[in-house]
Write a protein that binds this ligand. Structure first.
Ligand code: MEV
Length: 305
């Protein structure tokens, strides 16, 4: 057994299909180079400390540790976990899944055990349920894979690598007020329970847009992908997971010349992604509108932010 185990996993951007993916429709996502590093040491635990106050104050990472440690023959009460993250939580960058997969990798390293990609996908999804009740598993898949891929939930999920025909220049913008993916997913589930036919129709429409957008990514057709972003955003608004702040940032990005723009991740606030021709112009407009911004390019393998 080792004295300390280290693990790292990246964040993600959902390009198309969030929420529909919880209901079995396809989605398209890409891993981010920005991520989370976890170190596990022996000591009086279970304790999770972090350079991010929000993570240190959140009881859920300790719950994930308590659930995950026995999978590696370890007891959480003997473990101290240190988390360093470049991902702001509550924005849509998949910080919970990055933590979860990084923790799995650190525990495996501490226990001197192997961890396959299939294990990371299955355990990542199971443990992520501590953060929101019905995860599709797309966030831990992005954390585990780090590249661009099409995803359909399942046991095991269907994961297909997608190679962009051209680099995808994106500007990501968010207002800095954290919101909860769990709440957005839970509120949509209540609306779906109340009117399944309407929401199933909307999810079917999202699936068509995801198919069109995925083909646009593969052929490098940025104009067509921008159309798919806008169509997906309109459907996300109909699903009730947009917000006035998201709509404002989407409008700023489009006015500044983006091919298309949409929310990314859980929505109900959080981050917006814009597919751009001129990252400088769009990022500048979004910054003047008061948003935090990040320029990220999805290359044919992975993002280089
Ligand atoms: C969150 O990043 C994406 C959602 O579709 C939830 C999930 O797939 O688990 C909103």
């Amino acid at each position: 057994m080792n004295e300390a185990g280290h693990g790292r996993a990246g964040g993600k951007l959902i390009l198309l299909g969030e929420h529909g993916v919880v209901y079995g429709r396809p989605a398209l996502a890409a891993g981010l180079a920005r991520g989370t590093t976890v170190t596990v040491r022996r000591g009086a635990g279970p304790v999770v400390v972090s350079d991010r106050a929000e993570v240190a104050a959140d009881p859920r990472p300790v719950r994930v540790l308590v659930d995950a440690a026995p999978l590696f023959g370890l007891a959480a009460r003997d473990l101290l976990v240190e988390v360093r993250s470049e991902l702001p939580p509550g924005v849509g960058f998949g910080s919970s899944a990055a933590f979860t997969v990084a923790l799995l990798r650190a525990l495996a390293a501490l226990a001197g055990r192997g961890l396959s990609l299939a294990d990371e996908l299955a355990l990542g999804r199971r443990l992520e349920a501590a953060f929101h009740g019905t995860p599709s598993g797309i966030d831990p898949a992005a954390a585990a894979l780090g590249s661009c891929f099409a995803f359909e939930r399942g046991e095991p999920p269907v994961v297909r690598p997608v190679r962009p025909g051209a680099a995808l220049p994106l500007v990501v913008a968010w207002d800095g007020r954290p919101r909860s993916t769990g709440q957005a997913v839970g509120a949509l589930r209540a609306r779906w329970e109340a009117d399944r036919a309407r929401y199933e129709r909307l999810f079917d429409a999202v699936a068509i847009v995801v198919g069109q957008g995925t083909r646009a990514v593969e052929s490098g057709d940025l104009a067509a992908l921008g159309v798919a972003f806008d169509a997906n955003q309109a459907l996300l608004a109909e699903l009730g997971v947009s917000s006035p702040e998201v709509e404002r940032l989407v409008a700023v990005a489009r006015d500044a010349g983006a091919f298309g723009a949409k929310l990314t991740g859980g929505g109900a606030g959080g981050a917006v992604i814009a597919l751009v021709r001129d990252a400088h112009a769009v990022a500048g407009a979004l910054a003047r509108a008061g948003a935090h911004t990040l320029v990220a390019t999805i290359e044919n393998q992975a993002e280089a932010a």
